[in-house]
Write a protein that binds this ligand. Structure first.
Ligand code: HEM
Length: 507
């Protein structure tokens, strides 16, 4: 683009081929001034701390002096073709790469300009008009050079924007894992201000169980390897982000040692969730098929055995010692039958039939069942459930609420014995178009590493129950387009939060 533009810009500033021919003609007479200009240029550059920092060593300065001399010759001698323009753009890219702030390029040009003008004005054999024309040509061409050289900074701005808007999180980190550069996606996704993020290490940003993977990633990249790892980051609001990280080592061009790692982080939370859901769906289908077979193979014989035992029991004379034993066997067979029913319910639940339902009534009924159950005597149950209507299947949802309450009540059994205050609170509220039902208990809480697992079938830490209650609740709520999660309760124990869309399950 600049190559096409450059001849037009010369014409725009009234520089003609005649002016350029004049510069070419003056070049041999200007050349003696060049070494002084170059000496002055690098003397200044070495006295200012910022410019001194980019001038790494004597070798570089020697190379630069030569390049600068060529640049001055070009200015006077070279045709203004596309390679002239390319050379200027390349100078700019060099400056960007060494981290030279653009303002120093502009500041350095002033003395060069003045020195060239002084050298032209010292050519007394030329007419005033010729010297004026030569000065004007020098000024214009220097301005255009400045424009091209500094254009690279805009180019870099464009790239910065490209990096900032990348869907991947990108950062640079040192060997301690401290982030010192981050693109916008990284700090926005983590909900941390850029200035705060660059103080933190990757380990601090990730979850404790991810520390070994993060350590491996850093070790790999500072050993000079392109390294890949998967771990979990934590956003400021506590949201967990599963990421796939690729770290690429970067070597200092002068010392050739690895000075930092470039870390590319891709958010794979959604991908993992979909994979998990798919796996869950596939295993549910298999479980459903299995449950149907088990139901057929187990339920019928169970019914037959129970019936036969009842007949035997009835034939026993009153007071026969075998009577209670048969009672016990029948009770166990009934429990077994219930487990098979639960398994069927979990593996093959029916579709919810949503109707507009006042959830406060459902909650009231479930609470009443618990209050009437003597095994939960002594538990205080606080209810904060204003009348609230949502499209749910009441037949399916009431057992879910009951189940959450039973679960909370059972977690309090130790507390009842210890004499502490056993308490359950159930609250119902609306947030945007979502219904939230929180069941809090003052029990021992659910440890972090059990929180995802409590919804797995047959996972239980209790002695009673078949470990399917919460799994069924999870499935039913999922079919309603909602979710259940475990949180910390304000009354010290666990909070199970049920979130439901007000408008019912998605079509
Ligand atoms: C009047 C403005 C300037 C001009 C015309 C100029 C010219 C040049 C040229 C011709 C090159 C070589 C580019 C190449 O080989 O492609 C270069 C690179 C460089 N310039 Fe400048 N420069 C200017 C300002 C500065 C300033 C103020 C500094 C501060 C120290 C500086 C430091 C450097 C460095 C460090 C390199 C890279 C050297 C390397 O990687 O070998 N330049 N510049």
């Amino acid at each position: 683009m600049f190559a096409d533009l450059y001849p037009r810009l010369l014409a725009y500033s009234d520089i003609t081929d005649v002016d350029l021919a004049l510069l070419r003609e003056l070049s041999p007479r200007m050349a003696p001034a060049f070494p002084g200009i170059i000496d002055d240029f690098y003397r200044r550059a070495l006295t200012e701390p910022v410019t001194r920092r980019v001038l790494k060593n004597a070798d570089m300065i020697a190379r630069l002096r030569q390049s600068f001399l060529e640049w001055l010759h070009d200015l006077f001698e070279r045709p203004r073709d596309s390679s002239y323009v390319e050379r200027r753009l390349a100078i700019g890219r060099n400056h960007v790469e060494v981290g030279l702030p653009p303002i120093f390029v502009f500041s350095a040009m002033g003395p060069v300009r003045m020195a060239l003008e002084t050298a032209v004005l010292a050519l007394h054999d030329l007419s005033d008009e010729t010297r004026r024309r030569a000065c004007r040509a020098i000024h214009v061409t220097l301005d255009l050079d400045l424009g091209l050289i500094s254009g690279s900074y805009h180019e870099i701005e464009k790239y910065r924007d490209l990096v900032d808007t990348s869907p991947d999180m990108i950062g640079y980190c040192d060997s301690a894992g401290r982030i010192f550069e981050a693109n916008r996606t990284l700090y926005e996704r983590l909900g941390i201000r850029r200035v705060d993020l660059v103080q933190k290490t990757l380990v601090e940003l990730s979850s404790p169980e991810s520390s070994p993977q993060v350590a491996l990633l850093l070790r790999g990249v500072f050993d000079g390897q392109r390294t890949r790892a998967e771990f979990r980051l934590h956003a400021a609001d506590g949201e967990a982000l599963d990421v796939e990280a690729i770290a690429i080592p970067h070597s200092d061009p002068v010392t050739r040692t690895i000075d930092h790692g470039r870390i590319y982080l891709r958010d794979i939370t959604e991908r993992r969730r979909i994979a998990r859901d798919l796996l869950e769906k596939q295993s549910l289908v298999r479980l459903g098929e299995m449950a149907a077979v088990v139901a057929h193979e187990v339920k019928n014989p169970l019914a037959g055995i129970s019936g036969a035992l009842r007949v035997i029991e009835e034939s026993l004379p009153p007071g026969n010692p075998h009577g209670p034993i048969i009672e016990e066997i029948v009770a166990r067979l009934l429990a077994l039958n219930e487990t098979v029913d639960d398994l069927l319910l979990y593996a093959r639940p029916r579709r919810p039939l949503p109707i507009l339902t006042d959830l406060s009534i459902l909650i009231g009924e479930a609470v009443e069942l618990i209050r009437r159950d003597s095994q939960f005597d002594g538990i205080r149950i606080g209810v904060d459930a204003p009348s609230m209507v949502a499209a749910v299947d009441p037949e399916m949802l009431k057992p879910v609420i009951y189940n959450l309450l039973v679960n909370a009540a059972q977690s309090l059994s130790g507390i009842i014995r210890s004499g502490r205050d056993p308490e359950i609170r159930i609250t119902l509220r609306k947030q945007d178009r979502l219904i939230l039902i929180d069941v809090d208990d003052s029990g021992p809480g659910i440890p972090q590493d059990h929180r995802d697992r409590v919804f797995e079938p047959f996972f239980t830490t209790k002695r009673s129950g078949n470990g399917l209650g919460l799994s069924i609740a999870y499935r039913v709520v999922q079919l309603h387009g909602g979710r259940i999660e475990v949180l910390d309760s304000e009354i010290e124990g666990a909070r199970l939060r049920l979130t439901l869309p007000e408008d019912g399950p998605p079509a």
